[in-house]
Write a protein that binds this ligand. Structure first.
Ligand code: OAD
Length: 264
């Protein structure tokens, strides 16, 4: 049962569906907002409890880890504990359903995410992660992967202990396999994102503040190659390239949009 949308939003969803219906290649970029309705705070949300005094931006960096590895590791262990039992919401499910049906509809729907959670995968999507994976670890010194590297790690076996772990090969500290501020994006993932943005006919930005580059530049790349840009975000963003704005929560709008696409 779909929640009701306002008449204005319904007409914008119809416009978006019409645009998408005729597109062969679609690129979706998601950000923290798509996981907000699953109970995972976004980056610009103020941190709570123990971590209230820190800004996420000040902990997610190699400098912070070099300065105080225990602090950064315990923050990630806390984030993992916060996220481990969270489930995909209607936005993740709608995207996965669309992606799975895309081929039979003659479409290619490439999903790029800035999120480090695995909720898109849990919902059944094929996903390219630009900023790494919350559940994977690697050595901060020799770069070797550490522990389970699978796509949806079994969370029931995890420990959220804040004690640092040493690499069995070089004794360096183990860190989360996440792209921190000032670090390069994984080459393969970025290549996929650039190709998909440059060759799509419609680019959809869902739940991202469009503040963090290079990901925020993908909409510009798509637009300059002739794509139409759709944005789904209940709040305004600095993205000025948007052709259609669906100013509502992703979990509310995406099921409508995908339903409409299946109707047409
Ligand atoms: P942000 O926290 O910057 O932005 C989240 C966006 O989601 C905001 O624009 C909100 O208005 C919007 N939002 C909130 N609830 C929503 C909902 N239910 N539906 C749709 N949108 C909603 O998160 P990102 O843009 O993902 O980088 O941040 C980009 C990167 O900056 C992150 O990947 C992270 C961060 O620092 C790294 O960790 C490298």
């Amino acid at each position: 049962m779909l929640a009701e949308l306002s008449p204005q939003l319904t007409s914008e969803v119809t416009r978006a569906a019409t645009l998408l219906q005729s597109a062969k290649r679609i690129c979706i970029l998601t950000g923290a907002g798509v996981s907000a309705e699953s109970g995972i705070p976004t980056f610009r949300d103020k941190q709570t409890g123990l971590w209230e005094q820190y800004r996420a931006e000040d902990l997610a960096s190699i400098d912070a880890f070099m300065r105080d590895p225990e602090l950064v590791w315990s923050w990630y262990q806390w984030r993992r504990q916060l996220v481990h039992d969270k489930a995909p919401n209607p936005a993740h499910h709608a995207i996965a359903k669309w992606q799975q049906r895309a081929e039979s509809q003659g479409q290619q729907v490439t999903l790029i995410t800035q999120n480090v959670d695995d909720l898109h995968e849990q919902a059944g999507s094929t996903t390219t992660h630009l900023h790494g994976h919350l559940w994977r670890n690697r050595c901060s010194q020799c770069d070797r992967p550490y522990g389970d590297q699978s796509e949806t790690v079994d969370k029931s076996t995890l420990s959220f202990d804040s004690e640092l772990i040493n690499c069995p090969h070089c004794d360096g500290y183990i860190r989360p396999d996440i792209v921190w501020f000032g670090e390069m994006l994984p080459t393969g993932a970025w290549q996929t994102a650039e190709d998909s943005a440059a060759h799509c006919e419609v680019f959809i930005s869902i739940g991202t503040s469009s503040l963090v580059y290079p990901a925020a530049g993908l909409a510009q790349l798509a637009k300059s190659n002739g794509a139409k840009v759709i944005e789904i975000n209940p709040n305004p963003t600095p993205n000025t390239l948007v052709d259609i704005t669906l100013a509502e929560k992703a979990g509310m709008v995406m099921p409508h949009l995908v339903h409409k696409l299946n109707e047409e």
